[in-house]
Write a protein that binds this ligand. Structure first.
Ligand SMILES: [Zn+2]
Length: 309
């Protein structure tokens, strides 16, 4: 089923894009499976392009779950409105990466400007971040394709490169493009949830492990979630790493007034006003932002009716 999903997106075996040596993209439930003896070590995931399956049955169940979530994503109409990419300041050309064999030139697209900035944060000069409406992608793509771009990635990792690479032709159809975006977003959220659940489990017994799990999430999967930075700030501060604490607070505060001034002082005890006192709010925000905690004011529509006596 997973293959069908990928094949539908032009990533089947015959696709020339397999020459990019991209491994099967998707969720990595590994953080949930770390054996007890290894829990003090940071998550041993070298590369967020890799995914790990226990066996074929596990792979099939993950594929089915991803397909279900993709369908749900489409039905909810959660498509981002805007899209972002980098533009080289001198040439005015979009930032691309060519494969070693020269066959593919990939444009990097992002669904948040923050993610785009993060990927090129160490570049000199830094690319400018350009934005466009998702609806105008087919029109822009004609220009890109005539300039030699023949593939695109969504939300590439700053450390590992693109996770998913799609054919440039998919940019020309809004339906195909939406499908590609959906695949990337659904996979990303799926993997982010695994990291968050691992961090939640580890927060009490092993704050270092919790921090490592959230840092992996920040560095590889989703830099655009303020609650991730908030939680890392608290966990880093609790471990005495005040440099990381300050850096995470500075990043978190870029997300707007709601996140400014939340973390103050250098106290991590249980007293009001300490950084640790904000832990429940940060954790709740984190869980809710990935749909892991739903406030159920009304019973879900699919609830069975009460049994009649
Ligand atoms: Zn990565």
């Amino acid at each position: 089923m997973f293959e069908e999903l990928l094949a539908a997106l032009g990533k089947q075996e015959k696709s020339p894009l397999t020459s990019l040596d991209l491994q099967t993209p998707g969720p990595s439930p590994r953080p949930l499976d770390v054996p007890a003896a290894a829990r003090t070590a940071p998550p041993a995931i070298p590369n967020c392009r890799n995914m790990y399956f226990k066996d074929e049955a596990h792979k099939a169940s993950v594929a089915a779950e991803l397909q279900r979530q993709l369908q749900e994503w489409k039905e909810r109409g959660q498509m981002p409105i805007n899209l972002f990419y980098g533009v080289l300041p001198q040439q005015g050309l979009p930032v691309t990466k060519s494969t070693q064999d020269g066959k593919h030139t990939i444009i990097y697209l992002f669904d948040t400007p923050f993610a785009a900035q993060h990927v090129w944060r160490d570049w000199q000069p830094k690319p400018e971040i350009a934005g466009c409406r998702v609806g105008s992608v087919p029109m822009l793509a004609e220009k890109w394709i005539s300039g030699g771009i023949n593939a695109f990635s969504m939300s590439a990792c700053g450390l590992c490169g693109p996770r998913n690479v799609f054919s440039g032709q998919s940019l020309l159809s809004i339906d195909k493009f939406t499908q590609c975006m959906g695949v990337e977003i659904v996979q990303r959220v799926f993997r982010a949830r695994a990291q968050v659940l691992h961090a939640q489990k580890q927060a009490g017994p092993n704050p270092k492990g919790a921090r490592a799990s959230l840092e992996f999430l920040r560095d590889h999967l989703d830099v655009s979630n303020p609650y991730v930075h908030w939680m890392i700030a608290i966990l880093a501060g609790m471990g005495g790493d005040m440099k990381a604490n300050a850096e995470s607070i500075a990043t978190m505060e870029q997300f707007g007034p709601h996140f400014v001034g939340k973390l103050q002082g250098t106290s991590f005890d249980m007293s009001p006003g300490s950084q640790f006192a904000t832990f429940p709010e940060a954790m709740m925000g984190l869980l809710m932002s990935y749909g892991l905690l739903k406030l159920q004011q009304n019973p879900p529509a699919s609830s069975p009716p009460p049994a009649s006596s």
